[in-house]
Design a protein around this ligand. Structure first.
Ligand code: GTP
Length: 416
């Protein structure tokens, strides 16, 4: 205690001024070392029409060729292609997951095009929530697949956003950090580009579309991010081709009239996007995903199931209490359903019994009738048989009479 100077604060927390070295100033280094050891992961979603330049931009961003086949324009529905890559820069490992839309904007009816994207984002949140709710959690080796950022590729039409862009961004804006990009920005003139950017931003505001808010938590970040914000949506061009400009080889796209250099800030916003995404805000994007978007999902999901933090009397309710109530509710519901099913079953058994009885009666009546008919037939036949026998007897009687008569006749002739 001789090292400390105590100061009593109003809120009863003592502020100590230290006169020696303790070592916890190394805490940030410990964190850095641990993070480097564990490696980083980043999940990126690219939403945009087929052939708009998604793969090229990702390749340009990570200066690599993340081998990928071109997609066809004839998918009946929008699908998502997920690929994970292990990248390394210096001693920093990055597990990069790129999720790309396939067949986006190719269907005649585009009304439900956003649904597979929403479902995918929700499914990743659900997987994380399920892991969180497990008794034995294993977050150490859990691959967190929640989407940290969505690069939304806007067609360089120079007009306005398409209704598909609006409906998709509106549906996913509250679930993911959207960064809008104007794709293939080299195909649009500088003047048109500026007007197009303004138009897009005003359309996003008027349609109440939520996009990623650049953080301004410290002076340097605030400075960088405030200037970044002014360039939204980033007008990007992608290329991994090396082109000769003067004596230098640069990455760019060669045209008959010149070269567009992707890393030249006068030509496009590619460098701004890369700096913002990878250097300045990657960690913030991950944090916003966890604290804002995932939290919102978790809250809605638990509320929908019936969990709450406070009861009707505004008093805190414990998890245990809610669980018990829910369990009882579920049990009662099961009982009720079982009772209904039993009643239904009894009713059906009764109905079947009645039907069987009716059928049995019908069969019995039929049998009785057939029996009667058969008895009548037997009596008739008996009568016919009796008559026939009488006739036979009469016949034999007549026959013997005639034979006697004939014998007597012959005897009298012989006598004569
Ligand atoms: P799918 O995965 O098939 O949907 O395509 P994608 O969106 O990944 O597009 P991809 O990167 O395969 O590019 C499609 C075509 O656009 C290729 O011929 C690219 O060379 C070209 N392209 C990509 N980026 C740009 C760009 O910034 N400007 C111009 N002018 N063309 C580009």
């Amino acid at each position: 205690f001789t090292y400390f100077f105590f100061k009593q604060k109003e809120d009863n927390i003592r502020c100590l001024t230290m006169f020696g070295h303790f070592g916890f100033e190394c805490l940030p280094h410990q964190l850095v070392n641990r993070s480097i050891q564990q490696g980083f992961s980043f999940n990126l979603l690219c939403v945009g029409e087929t052939g708009i330049g998604k793969s090229t931009l990702i390749n340009t961003l990570f200066n690599t060729n993340l081998k990928d086949k071109k997609s066809s324009h004839f998918y009946p529905n929008v699908e998502l292609k997920i690929q994970t890559y292990d990248l390394q820069e210096s001693n920093v490992q990055l597990k990069l997951t790129v999720v790309k839309t396939v067949g986006y904007g190719d269907q005649i009816n585009k009304e439900a095009s956003y649904q597979p994207i929403v479902d995918y984002i929700d499914a990743q949140f659900e997987a994380y929530l399920q892991e969180e709710l497990k008794i034995k959690r294993s977050f150490v080796d859990y691959h967190d697949s929640r989407i940290h950022v969505c690069l939304y590729f806007i067609s360089p039409t120079g007009h306005s956003l398409k209704s598909l862009d609006l409906s998709t961004m509106k549906s996913i804006g509250s679930k993911v950090n959207i960064i809008p990009l104007i794709a293939k920005a080299d195909t649009i003139s500088k003047n048109d580009l500026q007007k197009f950017k303004c138009k897009i931003m005003s359309e996003l505001v008027s349609n109440d579309i939520q996009i990623y808010q650049f953080p301004t938590y410290d002076e340097t970040t605030a400075q960088v991010n405030t200037s970044m914000k002014g360039h939204l949506p980033f007008a990007v061009a992608g290329s991994t081709d090396e082109v000769k400009v003067g004596k230098r080889m640069v990455r760019g796209r060669q045209y008959p009239w010149g070269v567009i250099q992707v890393e030249n800030e006068n030509h496009c916003d590619f460098v701004k996007l890369r700096d913002m995404l990878l250097c300045t805000n990657m960690e913030d994007l991950k944090e916003q995903t966890h604290t804002l978007h995932y939290e919102r999902y978790r809250c809605c999901k638990l509320q929908r199931i019936g969990f709450t933090d406070v009861g009707p009397d505004n008093q805190p309710v414990s998890f245990q209490e809610i669980y018990e109530v829910k369990r009882q509710e579920f049990y009662d519901q099961c009982q009720r359903e079982e009772e209904v099913l039993k009643q239904k079953f009894m009713q059906r058994v009764k109905e079947k019994e009645i039907t069987f009885k009716e059928t049995e009666k019908e069969l019995q009546d039929k049998f009785e009738q057939l029996k009667r008919v058969q008895q009548e037939e037997t009596i008739k036949l008996e009568e016919e048989k009796r008559q026939l026998e009488e006739e036979i007897i009469n016949f034999y009687k007549m026959k013997s009479g005639s034979e006697t008569f004939q014998t007597q006749g012959c005897t009298s002739i012989k006598k004569d």
